[in-house]
Design a protein around this ligand. Sequence first.
Ligand code: CO8
Length: 260
Amino acid sequence: PVEKFHYRLHFVHSVAVMRLQNPPVNSLNLDFLTEFCITVEKLEMDKSCRGLILTSNQPKVFSAGLDIMEMYEKSPESCGEFWKAVQEMWLKLYGSNMVTIAAINGSSPAGGCLMSITCDYRIMADNPRYSIGLNETQLGIVAPFWFMDTMMNTVGHRTSEIALQLGLLYSPSEALKIGLVDQLVPEDQILTTATQTMTKWLAIPDHARQITKSMMRKPTIDKLMSNREVDIQHFVNFITKDSIQKSLGMYLAMLKKRKS
Ligand code: CO8
């Protein structure tokens, strides 16, 4: 097992199991994303590693999505650097040659949902207290086109229109119904199920599966690849607006208040 600051990594045969561990809620901050991308890149280059299972080592939460503190009252430079790291995470995962499976053992809003839908297959713990979805509009922010594209590639255009405009967070059974996740299992079976599913996917010859995956995802990936700088500028201009900062501030206050 490899113990890193933000995750634990262990290998079962040719499969890496990564347990995200950024307390309390696995929010995706710059440090986390940087470490995560370096690790995924290493796994990608390691010929003996053919599959990656992503899961959480934190109770109740898979990932709370992007760290709002990275977008709140930050300089345009920091926002730009942060956004580049978010793009990088998406590019690494969505374009991975490995079989990627999300074992979603907790809530997975916004960036957490994005991370899940970059994977080839999603298994979620059947706990009605958990939810998953792209809830950006509820924060007064707009999911960028590549979040939308990934969602549309997963659940189709019509369902995405509703999901994204309303910023819906779905319960596991609703998520299964719309195809946002592929399978529900009791929480204590999530890793064994992920491992069994992985075995099935790895039985397909790598080259044929990889080319197929790449053909299906390439247009979506190319769209961001050819627009990375513009997308960063767009994000920075948007997120640093007074009105957007105000929305984020209100959302943060709501998160704190909900707690007390
Ligand atoms: N970022 C920063 N801090 C967070 C986040 C987050 N995403 N989520 C939770 N926290 C903080 C809470 O404020 C709280 O802080 P404190 O202890 O100081 O009060 C602490 O983490 C623990 O949170 P909770 O007490 O709420 O923990 P629970 O276990 O009760 O709930 C949840 C866990 C369900 C994950 C809940 O915290 C939650 O709903 N969080 C918000 C999730 C969210 O809405 N994330 C959206 C982030 S935006 C994003 O990912 C995409 C943005 C795309 C940008 C496009 C712009 C152009």
